[in-house]
Every structure is written in structure tokens, then in C-alpha cells.
Ligand binder design. Sequence first.
Ligand SMILES: [Zn+2]
Length: 301
Amino acid sequence: MSLCFRRLCLLLAFPAALIAQETKPLRILVFGAHPDDAEYKAGGSAVLWARLGHEVKLVSVTNGDIGHWREAGGPLAQRRSAEAAACARKLGVTSQVLDLHDGELMPSLENRRTITRIIREWQADVVIAPRPWDYHPDHRYVGILLQDSAFMVTVPFFCPDTKPLKKNPLFLYSSDGFQKPYPFKADIAVSVDESFEQKLDGLHELTSQAYEGGASGSAEFVAKDVPPANDESARRAWLKRRWGARQGGEADRHREALSKWYGAQQASKVRYAEVFEICEYGRQPSAAEIRLLFPFLPSRP
Ligand SMILES: [Zn+2]
């Protein structure tokens, strides 16, 4: 059957939303504050989207230039930008690191404009960022900037130099463990069992963070806890143990949410998960639309 005839059949048989999914890749944007946050929180889901031909970009809103116990400044920013790019290549996605200082991000008008332009230019269908309740001020302010942009991306005369979006994206929060003012709610739960190894391939590239501990690391940590740089397989196994516990914990904590999307039987077997909360600003999708936007979820539980 020719492509045109197939599209004509789909046009007659299915709603417009399904046609759009058939013909146009989804465009996903994941914001983090530092060049590792988006990768940690959504790297497995990013791989699943990318494998299906969808376009994913991971954006770090700061350059990470104080995110290490031993080094800082321009050279660290360059190192971390290169790490994020290498990670993105392993995940099959695009990476962008904004040149704003780590630890100094503010929810300013200038930054609201920057975030709005990035969302518009990417023509995002889904935008993910941290919640504005978090121990780190940069994480908090990325959450605020997401909220501040959630309506403005559609307003024609805000940043009129960049074409506004006609359709408001779905805005999501990545997960955290903070309880106040309210705990994270897993509205969407994704099994990343099928992409976990590839996510680890990506995280393996984030040496300054994954193996040197970033700002919280130390010479002692690197010497005593982490296998040496010349033993790749021991390092990789160590990384897998750490991330297996982390992502496995997400699956255990959010088994109920996994059941909603996968059914109880399949959900009980999920080992590793990534989870997202729907922001109440921006698009409020039905369950059917969420399955279109997360096409690796089963079509019904
Ligand atoms: Zn961070």
C-alpha cells in the first residue's frame, strides 16, 4: 500500500490526533539545572522515545561550573558540556547546555524569555523539568521557569521574535522525594527495563559526576569507593549497582502508578522506572492522549 493511500485511509478512519502521531515525530524537551539532571531523571524514557524515531533534547539551564569538589570555572563548564554531549550521543538524543553560572540561576524575566524561546523553537509536545520544591536553588528555579513559561509559550506578543506555539505542550515534573508542601505524585510511570542498559551507557560518560561525585565528591570517595578509571567493566558494574538501586526504588515506590499504565501483572515485573507528575499549568491530557505522547506505554493496561 502506498504511503499516500495509507495516510488517506488513516485520515478517514482515525481522529486527527492519531494522524499527527502517524506522520510527525513527537518533540520532547527535558530541562535540568545541571549537565546530569535531565539525563538522570528522564534518560531511560528519552531512549524509548528516540528508538521510536521521536526527537528528544536534554537541556541544562546552567553550565555546571561549580559542580565539582576539585575543579571549577570555565574548564569545568567545558568538561561537563562535553560529557553531556557524549551522554546524549549514547542515548540517541540532542543536548544543550546554557552558559549560565551554576549556583546562581534566578527566575528572572531574561531567563523566562530564554526558556520560552527554547520551548517554542523545539516545537515541544512534552516539556519535563524539576518541581519548584527541592534542596538545590537551581533545581527550584528551573521548576519556576517552567511554570512561568507554561502559558507564555502560547502568547504571541511575549518574545514576538519567536513564533508562539499554537498548541500548549504537556508540562511534566520529574520525580523527587521532597514532602513539603506536598509529595511528588506519579501521574505517569514508565518502565525503563528495556532502556536501562543504554541509559547506563549514557551516564557512564558523565565522569565528573557519576564517578567523581560532583560537588559532593572527594578525593577519598574516588580513591576508596569507585573502581579505577582503567577498569571499565568494574566501573560499569559499580554504576549499575547504584542506578539499579535508584531506579529500582522508583519502581517499588510507584508500583501502583505502574499498574495504572501497564496493568497489575506486567507492573509487578517492572524492575526499573522513571515517573512524572503532570503540571497543572499547560495541557491537561486524557489517559488516551498520554498514551499517544508516551507511545512506548501499552495501548491499554
Ligand atoms: Zn542538579
